[in-house]
Design a protein around this ligand. Structure first.
Ligand SMILES: [Ca+2]
Length: 168
């Protein structure tokens, strides 16, 4: 597996090799809106990110503001359909959903996307139909974006794969 660091200013030449899966530390986002904060935690790899918005941005006219956005640039992927896993802590059913999209595709969210868990654990990202979302990613640069839908989700890490495997 080729490891890449996001949010850094330099990317080495070795990254020209195409990859079929990738772990990303959530805190290494390319862009982090001001409604997301770094939250140190001994549970997490590095820091985690937590959504801090009150009340929830349920009004569609205000949700899709950059202050609610974290985004990740994806590149040099083998073309294919990729599933996405988030390592998250979900405190309640009132904070178990998030908006997401790839590039300029329509936003998706599932009102009960994640299971409530007291410890950070991996959960698969679902789309509007409550099934695991699969995004078509090519070797070009893509942007994976998450917008706060319900405040309180804590994200430690992201795993993107087309190999049918699950994160460890
Ligand atoms: Ca992390």
């Amino acid at each position: 597996m080729i490891r890449r660091m996001f949010g850094s200013t330099s990317r080495s030449e070795v990254e020209s090799e195409l990859i079929s899966s990738l772990y990303i530390e959530a805190e290494n986002a390319e862009f982090i809106g001001s409604n997301w904060i770094n939250l140190p935690s001994v549970e997490a790899t590095g820091n985690v990110l937590i959504a801090e918005v009150s009340p929830n941005p349920a009004d569609p006219s205000t949700v899709f503001n950059n202050i609610n956005l974290i985004s990740y640039n994806l590149f040099n992927f083998e073309p294919g359909l990729y599933k996405i896993y988030l390592k998250v802590r979900i405190s309640s059913t009132g904070s178990d959903s998030i908006f997401h999209r790839l590039d300029n595709l329509p936003w998706q969210a599932n009102p009960s996307m994640f299971s409530v868990n007291s410890n950070i654990s991996w959960q698969i990202l679902q789309g509007n139909t409550s099934s695991a979302v699969e995004y078509s990613i090519t070797s070009n640069i893509h942007t994976l974006g998450f917008y706060i839908r319900e405040s309180g989700i804590i994200i430690d890490k992201i795993y993107i794969t087309k190999n049918g495997d699950t994160p460890i």
